[in-house]
Design a binder for this molecule. Structure first.
Ligand SMILES: Cc1cc2nc3c(=O)[nH]c(=O)nc-3n(C[C@H](O)[C@H](O)[C@H](O)COP(=O)(O)O)c2cc1C
Length: 231
């Protein structure tokens, strides 16, 4: 359930999940402003708040979806503005496969359904046809620092939880910025900004099966070491 501003922190954090199917319903600008205002309370290194947001909808967003998809299908290289890892730890790969299995299972996409899988990937390149995309950027002076992407992560997490508390669904969407020059052009992002990520946002479509997928997490035992405690 989303949409109830009376939700407790626990209810928001444990109830939120990525939303990849949206109602064909515009998101009011004042609601987006309210959500971003909450997200802006995120902590940042030295309180430098290096982040900026470009909120895109309408024709500009459609042009981004089109250009991103066309570029990828034409074989243009991935031009995201962050470093990528080469290898993948086995546990990471296992978790990635688990999420894919959950999503494909919910959507009824079989293992050998190449067309269905391709369609799903294309949806990702189109930011799942969300009515709004929020492009998170940071000040170029900080390019090369690992702290700027860390701070962008903090504010993005705050953003998706704030959105959930107000009845909006999001998916953080790295596929949507694969052709970053296209995003830069149609969203009018200045050269002094580095594109970090985008967040697809809208009102969740409760009939879209993948929206019910609830992903697993490591347990506290798996993720945490306690040092210096008595027990
Ligand atoms: C940096 C980042 C990039 C992501 N990019 C994508 C993406 O391109 N496509 C997608 O479907 N989900 C993407 N996700 C969503 C993750 O798959 C999702 O957060 C994860 O599986 C956990 O599921 P949950 O958000 O439902 O809890 C991304 C998440 C993060 C944090």
């Amino acid at each position: 359930m989303s949409g109830n501003p009376e939700q407790t922190y626990d209810e928001i954090v444990t109830g939120r999940r990525s939303i990849r199917g949206f109602l064909d319903r515009p998101v009011p600008r004042d609601l987006i402003e309210e959500v971003i205002a909450l997200a802006l309370r995120a902590p940042s290194s030295f309180n430098n708040q290096c982040w900026n947001f470009t909120v895109v909808t309408g024709d500009a967003l459609d042009n981004i979806r089109k250009g991103n998809t066309e570029g990828i299908l034409a074989g243009k290289p991935d031009s995201r503005e962050f470093r990528k890892h080469d290898g993948q730890h086995l546990d990471h790969r296992t978790r990635q496969v688990d999420v894919a299995k959950q999503l494909f299972g919910a959507m009824g996409i079989e293992r050998d359904d190449k067309e269905g899988r391709q369609d799903w990937v294309l949806r990702g390149f189109r930011q799942f046809d969300a009515p709004v995309s929020i492009i998170v950027t940071y000040d170029r002076e900080l390019l090369g620092s690992d702290i700027a992407p860390f701070d962008c992560g903090a504010v993005t997490n705050a953003l998706i939880n704030a959105a959930w508390s107000r009845g909006l669904g999001c998916v953080i969407n790295s596929q949507g910025i694969m052709q970053s020059p296209v995003v830069r052009e149609h969203a009018g992002i200045a050269d002094n900004q580095v594109i970090m990520i985008c967040v697809a946002m809208g009102f969740p479509d409760d009939d879209f099966a993948a929206n019910a997928v609830y992903t697993n997490r490591k347990s506290v035992e798996e993720a945490v070491r306690f040092v210096g405690f008595e027990d």
